[in-house]
Design a protein around this ligand. Structure first.
Ligand code: AP5
Length: 210
């Protein structure tokens, strides 16, 4: 199964990808996580991406396309994968097509802009392993420490209110046209994001089986 998760920043792509990848036993690939890891390791690519990311803008297409080509060539992608946060522009979707990759389904998780701000302002991530929590919807079982590795939970730099607004604008301008792109292929399924993570998972899994 080769899947794409579309949706605004904070729609729950990463949360659902983490759950679904266990169900399907395929890797979840987040370009955002790959870039953050590169930044943590001080690589040239990470440093190049930093200013775009901090300002809530998209990293240039050629950089992310390069990242995805390299990642999809790895052995664990042979039986399928979930793409979380890629493609995010029409040229990125075209690049995926040019790689000869046939996508089975594109799940678009829809959440209204008003709800996004609440979700992102309550998000906490582990500074060590990157695990993601929410102070109300998905609290860590370990208080202000990560439930997986005991690392400190921090607020992502791009989760400041003004950066969230910029990311939403970028989403509407550059990523939303992908709904049209994939709707034409007949592979787009819309899932209404629910208040509870588990309810969105139920709808997403049902969409995959349909
Ligand atoms: P990335 O890390 O991909 O961020 P994003 O798309 O903005 O998405 P988020 O991670 O913020 O949200 P999400 O939809 O995964 O939601 P989550 O599950 O965490 O990208 C960051 C940056 O990297 C970009 O801005 C760009 O600069 C660069 N980049 C990455 N890919 C790129 C590309 N292809 N091209 C160019 N640049 C690229 O959920 C959010 C919160 O809500 C969590 O706290 C969660 O616990 C909570 N939550 C989740 N589901 C629910 C629910 N159902 N109810 C209540 N709360 C929920």
């Amino acid at each position: 199964m080769k899947l794409i998760l579309l949706g605004a920043p904070g729609a729950g792509k990463g949360t659902q990808a983490e759950i679904i990848c266990e169900h399907l036993n395929i890797p979840a690939i987040s370009t955002g996580n790959i870039i953050r890891e590169a930044l943590k390791n001080g690589t040239e690519m990470g440093l190049k991406a930093k200013s775009y990311m901090d300002e809530g803008k998209l990293v240039p297409d050629e950089v992310v396309i390069g990242i995805i080509k390299e990642r999809l060539a790895k052995n664990d992608c042979q039986n399928g994968f979930i793409l979380d946060g890629f493609p995010r522009t029409v040229p990125q979707a075209e690049a995926l097509d040019e790689m000869g990759i046939i996508i089975d389904k594109v799940i678009d998780i829809e959440v209204a802009d008003e709800k996004i701000e609440k979700r992102l302002s309550g998000r906490r991530v582990c500074e060590v392993c990157g695990a993601s929590y929410h102070i109300d919807y998905k609290p860590s079982p370990n208080g202000d420490k990560c439930g997986k590795c005991d690392g400190n939970l921090i607020i992502r730099k791009d989760d400041k209110p003004e950066t969230i607004r910029e990311r939403l604008q970028v989403y509407h301008e550059q990523t939303e046209p992908l709904k049209d792109y994939y709707s034409k292929t007949g592979k787009l399924v819309i899932v209404e994001g629910q208040e509870e993570v588990a309810d969105t998972t139920k709808l997403t899994l049902a969409a995959l089986e349909a």
